[in-house]
Design a binder for this molecule. Structure first.
Ligand SMILES: [Zn+2]
Length: 97
């Protein structure tokens, strides 16, 4: 599979380059998370939407989900700005910065 993902954006991840590594035959890509962390993700996980941010941001998002009114709160490098509506699953969506 000679897929070129460099420069593509998958939610919070921007693909910065390909590595020589492979996970179950899928090349592993070097990605930069919006928080600045570098993560290595197999292309299959990116394309399926399994991975959209680094582990640290996943923790942050889980924390935000557990908070009743997180607007104005900072979690590490992410600040919850304001609610932007509801997702299809009826959970609130927030603008993060
Ligand atoms: Zn991150």
């Amino acid at each position: 599979m000679a897929q070129e993902l460099t420069g593509q954006v998958f939610r919070w991840l921007t693909v910065t380059g390909k590595t020589e590594r492979k996970v179950s035959n899928s090349p592993v890509w070097e990605c930069r998370c919006r928080c600045g962390n570098t993560v290595y993700v197999p292309g299959s996980a990116l394309l399926r939407g399994n991975t959209g941010c680094c582990v640290q941001c996943m923790d942050t998002l889980a924390q935000i989900r557990r908070t009743k009114d997180p607007v104005g709160t900072s979690y590490g490098k992410v600040t919850v700005m304001h609610a932007t509506g509801e997702s299809r699953s009826r959970s609130p969506l927030y603008l993060l910065q």
